[in-house]
Design a protein around this ligand. Structure first.
Ligand code: AMP
Length: 115
């Protein structure tokens, strides 16, 4: 738990969010400004600022984010048509909340990210 981190507050239930999944390692909730019909953030309960701060001991946790992403994609019914997983990192990557998170975005056809 880090003071002033909105995602830590959501994980600690000190701030409200539409939580769709949680376990001892991760919490997932709907993005407050969705860019597609499904837009869920999958967040490690442990405060890790960004990919830059991921340590070797975090590898099982990073893998778990993907396991949960696949489970939620199936629950949202977007697994057949596909979806996008994004981890923005740092200023050039467009990161605005400095608690690592995986965006699960789907439910519509998306433009090519490099385009
Ligand atoms: P990023 O730009 O990759 O750091 O993504 C941060 C995301 O967090 C943005 O898509 C925001 O809309 C979302 N966000 C910020 N505050 C909240 C909140 N309190 N509840 C849900 N989503 C949030």
């Amino acid at each position: 738990m880090t003071d002033h981190c909105i995602f830590c507050k959501i994980i600690a239930r000190e701030a409200r969010a539409d939580i769709v999944y949680h376990d001892e390692q991760v919490t997932a909730f709907r993005d407050i400004h969705p860019v597609a019909p499904t837009h869920i953030l999958i967040v490690p309960n442990k405060h890790i600022e960004s990919v830059n701060a991921v340590a070797p001991e975090d590898e099982p946790l990073m893998g778990h984010l993907f396991t949960v992403a696949g489970k939620l994609a199936r629950e949202e019914g977007i697994h057949h048509n596909g979806y996008r997983l994004i981890v923005n990192t740092g200023a050039d990557g467009g990161q605005t909340v400095f608690h690592l998170h995986l965006h699960l975005i789907g439910g519509q056809r998306m433009q090519h990210p490099m385009g």
